[in-house]
Design a protein around this ligand. Structure first.
Ligand code: EPS
Length: 423
């Protein structure tokens, strides 16, 4: 499914650090720890986060693959230390019975109460352990810091081609109303403005009135000891026509994006463009009709005179659409319009309201309730959505224009754009 670019993450939530190895980024891309830290800090924000975010201030150390500010074309290793490790180094030690440890192995207190909605019970049975800590440490969404770090490298790569991945929150706990990028009046300028407003919002919602209602809903959940989910929208601007393919199931761009988004902790649904709504309407109502304009507005001259980057690459070749219900993907390929993806996050399963569960040792029922937890992490999930989307797009881009160095990829891309312009 991912052909040219891959990454693996490692690390436990309260372990020493998170790590990420990224393979396939070409040589000669400028990349700094600051590029990655900027994204890490965006992920840490958001109204409704719990106490842990006050402890962490994520920073990526680049351990390999970059020299003097430029990638080498070799695997990039990133390390993000967990500040909370100081409070957990005893419990999470890798040593069996180090005399320096405060709690000897035999005295460690096991977690035996599975939280409904978490990986706890299925994980304990599958990995054959009586201590659910062995499961919850890795299934925790702390891992998404490493994914955002991987996504930051993909974003840096894409920015060299004027491709940008943005996102905002459209729904929290049933409070909706934020306009989607699918609505026909949303051009690139408006989308960028939505994004800039979202960046300044504690819930990443561009609309101030809806933001207020979302915050009050979160406050209500905090009071009640409950949690909330929501929906965020990711938009890719500046995408060329022809990424992905209809020719094989695992090359379809929409399939790749859905895979990437669904792999984020707590995501339960993904839509492209109008998504499920399309199934409720008739064909004549949803297809994005095709028009042609001889004047090539995407020409170098037009680009120079415009203050905005040339996002609407579909105009490079004269063909254009007035609507984008398809969300920029037809037949598993990008069609040059912005790509629009929405993902639904379930409410966080760790909550203060007691829920029925059963102890895995005594097999006795108990009421699960926890002290420290996020109440709403949808704004953070939105940033994580950008990261995994950027990675999937970068992989498709490299599959089509692949090369070992940035210079080679750029030559290949420019050659293709010439072909498209002359179509
Ligand atoms: C998480 C539980 C909380 C969250 C954590 C995800 O951590 P803790 O158990 O330490 O309070 O804060 O998210 C992060 C640490 C993060 O960086 O996003 C969970 O169980 O998934």
């Amino acid at each position: 499914m991912f052909e040219k670019l891959r990454y693996l993450t490692a690390g436990e939530s309260h372990g020493q650090a998170l790590a990420c190895v990224i393979d396939g980024i070409p040589s000669n891309l400028y990349l700094s720890a600051a590029d990655i830290d900027k994204e890490l800090s965006r992920r840490q924000k958001g109204y409704g986060r719990g106490g842990r975010m006050k402890i962490e201030s994520d920073h990526a150390q680049i351990l390999s693959g970059v020299r003097r500010g430029k990638t080498l074309g070799s695997p990039i290793t990133l390390l993000i230390e967990n500040k909370d490790w100081d409070n957990w180094c005893d419990v999470m030690s890798a040593e069996l019975n180090d005399p320096k440890l405060k709690t000897q192995n035999s005295k460690l207190k096991a977690v035996t109460r599975p939280r409904p909605g978490h990986a706890d019970l299925a994980g304990a049975i599958k990995y054959n352990t009586n201590d659910i800590r062995n499961i919850l440490e890795r299934s925790s969404a702390r891992e998404t810091a490493a994914r955002v770090a991987a996504g930051a490298t993909a974003k840096k790569f894409l920015s060299e081609f004027n491709i940008h991945v943005i996102s905002y929150v459209v729904e929290i706990g049933g409070i909706s109303g934020q306009q989607s990028a699918v609505s026909s009046q949303q051009n690139e300028k408006k989308l960028l403005s939505l994004f800039n407003k979202a960046e300044a919002s504690p819930v990443r919602c561009p609309d101030k009135d809806i933001e207020k209602k979302m915050i009050s809903k979160i406050n209500n959940a905090i009071r009640k000891g409950d949690t909330l989910g929501g929906v965020f929208e990711v938009v890719v601007l500046g995408i060329p026509v022809g990424l992905g393919s209809y020719s094989q199931w695992d090359k379809k761009l929409d399939a790749k994006l859905a895979y990437a988004l669904m792999s984020i902790q707590a995501i339960k649904g993904v839509e492209i463009g109008l998504g499920f709504e399309m199934s409720r309407r008739s064909g004549s109502d949803v297809m994005d009709e095709i028009y042609y304009r001889a004047q090539k507005r995407g020409s170098a001259e037009a680009r120079k005179s415009s203050k905005l980057p040339n996002f609407r690459t579909s105009e490079l070749y004269g063909f254009y659409r007035k609507t984008n219900n398809a969300g920029g993907i037809e037949g598993g390929m990008s069609n040059g319009m912005p790509i629009i993806i929405r993902a639904a996050m379930k409410p966080i399963p760790t909550l203060r309201t007691p829920l029925s569960s059963v102890d895995i040792i005594s097999k006795k029922p108990f009421k699960a309730a926890y002290e420290r937890s996020d109440v709403c992490a949808v704004p953070a999930a939105s940033v994580i959505g950008e990261a995994v989307t950027a990675f999937a797009i970068a992989d498709s881009f490299l599959s089509k224009f692949g090369g070992d160095s940035m210079e080679e990829v750029k030559r290949n891309y420019e050659g293709y754009l010439r072909q498209v312009r002359n179509f």
